[in-house]
Design a protein around this ligand. Structure first.
Ligand SMILES: Cc1cc2nc3c(=O)[nH]c(=O)nc-3n(C[C@H](O)[C@H](O)[C@H](O)COP(=O)(O)OP(=O)(O)OC[C@H]3O[C@@H](n4cnc5c(N)ncnc54)[C@H](O)[C@@H]3O)c2cc1C
Length: 500
């Protein structure tokens, strides 16, 4: 939308930040601390504000050294000698800032604990130089803390005010934002810049259909992430990147509840320990099977990449054989405590849904299927009883032999499924978040398809994250929110003032 000489501005600031997740909070704090006037424009109401950041596990990655960060990210992003998902300069600046993530949070007064060293893809160079730090109290407390930091600086936050359009001058520079306030449209003049921190497109069905590799795909964060920042940037000529990239595995979506769930498959924090210390595990027995009841993967999964294994399409049958898939387990896992994750997602500290401790409420709702025998369970799932029965028998035999010859699952996870009743949950591709959005350069400026910056427009966080197909390690996205929130905040605060 073009600014007019006679445009009536409802508010004038130096920097407008769109979206108050972790990226927006860090961007706003950084620009404010650089001495400029900042406003935050937030779509959700103050009294019911939950974000991907606040629903997250609060793990934050930090490379031990800048060189280590560059080496690992370069390896992660490289497709071949000529092609990389992400430009080297962007990787370099990310590593320079991400190395300071721990210091940055602790200097503000935030509380972190060391969780682990190592990465999701240990075979790549530099992986052993990645560290993961956890915010005490998960993403929920992390965002209470960052919200308090915004408040302490008296940065104005306009809640219940979705941003709708970027306003440009005749030279194509971004000079403001049109938002929908509680009492109608608001025009905000941002003399130096606008930061797009509106998250991904996890709840935009058309965008998921057009850009992701498999449909449906579900993500267990806040429903407000409908790709608004991506659309606003597209309208003024931004290039897009990483649109088909996600950090995801499985999610279970039930019709009665708007947000899907992820599970602690093995029980007693299996999933959590899988991320942070995968050795001494004694999970309850479980496997994943495709829609026909066949195993297809090693269940000690790549937590942020299994999604890509679900995208296989059968062109003869015209179907995705792994959509849906099923989580198959027995009474022992049922008795190990809540199946859904309780440190993050909708059944995490926000308590958007309180999952029952013994899983009985969800069994009664029909979210969990039950069979006295594996064959009975298969019939309830609409599968051939013979196939699922053979799969479970073969799995139990592998456990007895101490070797999963077919998929190579770790020896410490070879636990049979042999205690009736037997259970299943229907799983769809999904998980944490999308990565794609407007492409940025090393100054966090949004660029056009020729790589030229769109003056006055910056991006941070999931709205055009720098990660491509492979995800570095648990904590990657929050690490990026902090690094690029700072880069965007610093550079926007330094921008020259633009005229209309
Ligand atoms: C269950 C779960 C666990 C996770 N755990 C981790 C983890 O441990 N470590 C990790 O690194 N990553 C994790 N992730 C991913 C990570 O949480 C997100 O990638 C990250 O928090 C995104 O932050 P953000 O600031 O970009 O967006 P968000 O935190 O989603 O914030 C976006 C904000 O923009 C607002 N908004 C949207 N549209 C508009 C609009 N038009 N106008 C104004 N405001 C708007 C939204 O309301 C929201 O407040 C997890 C994700 C999930 C779902």
């Amino acid at each position: 939308m073009l600014a007019q000489q006679n445009t009536k501005w409802d508010k004038t600031v130096d920097v407008a930040v769109l979206g108050l997740g972790l990226a927006g909070a860090v961007g706003a704090i950084t620009a404010h601390d650089a001495g400029v006037k900042v406003v935050v424009v937030e779509k959700q109401p103050a009294d019911n504000h939950h974000t991907f950041s606040s629903m997250s596990g609060g793990s934050i990655m930090r490379p031990s050294t800048v060189e280590g960060g560059i080496t690992y990210m370069e390896a992660l992003c490289r497709v071949n000698d000529e092609l990389s998902w992400t430009d080297s300069e962007v990787i370099r600046v990310w590593a320079e800032y991400a190395v300071e993530n721990r210091d940055y949070v602790e200097k503000l007064g935030g509380k972190l604990r060391f969780m682990r060293r190592g990465a999701e893809h240990p075979e790549l160079s530099g992986a052993d130089l990645m560290e993961v730090w956890g915010y005490r109290g998960w993403g929920y407390r992390m965002m209470l803390f960052f919200g308090d930091q915004v408040k302490a600086r008296e940065i104005e936050v306009l809640y219940s005010t979705p941003a709708k359009e970027l306003i440009t001058n005749l030279q194509g520079e971004v000079v403001g934002v049109l938002a929908e306030g509680k009492e109608g449209p608001i025009r905000i003049r941002a003399t130096r810049g606008v930061l797009l921190c509106t998250g991904g497109f996890e709840f935009n069905e058309q965008m998921k259909l057009q850009y992701l590799r498999v449909y449906p795909s579900w993500f267990d964060g806040a429903g407000a992430n409908t790709g608004d920042g991506i659309k606003m940037a597209m309208k003024i000529g931004a290039d897009l990147w990483h649109m088909n990239c996600v950090s995801a595995r499985f999610a279970a979506k039930f019709p009665e509840f708007p947000i899907p769930f992820k599970f602690d498959y093995g029980g007693k924090g299996w999933l959590y320990r899988q991320i942070h210390a995968s050795d001494a595990l004694e999970p309850a027995g479980f496997i994943f099977v495709d829609r026909y009841g066949r195993r297809f993967t090693r269940e000690n999964i790549k937590l942020h990449g299994l999604y890509y294994e679900l995208t296989a399409f059968d062109t003869h049958r015209l179907e995705y054989p792994r959509v849906p898939s099923y989580f198959i387990f027995d009474r022992k896992r049922m008795e190990e405590g809540p199946l859904a994750m309780t440190h993050s997602g909708p059944s995490g500290p926000h308590k958007l849904y309180v999952w029952s401790k013994d899983n009985r409420a969800e069994l009664e709702k029909g979210w969990i299927s039950e069979g006295r025998t594996v064959r009975e369970l298969a019939r309830k799932l609409g599968m051939s009883p013979g196939i699922l029965d053979n799969t479970v028998r073969a799995w139990n035999k592998s456990c007895a032999q101490g070797k999963d010859a077919r998929f190579g699952r770790s020896a410490n996870q070879l636990v049979p499924i042999d205690s009736p009743p037997f259970y299943a949950i229907r799983l769809l591709p999904g998980g944490a978040n999308t990565q794609g959005g407007p492409r940025r350069n090393s100054k966090a400026q949004i660029v056009d398809p020729d790589g030229e910056p769109i003056p006055g427009l910056y991006g941070a966080g999931e709205c055009g994250s720098l990660y491509g197909m492979l995800y570095p390690v648990g904590g990657g996205n929050l690490a990026e929110c902090i690094a690029f929130g700072r880069i965007a905040g610093e550079n926007a605060a330094k921008e020259r003032i633009k005229s209309i």
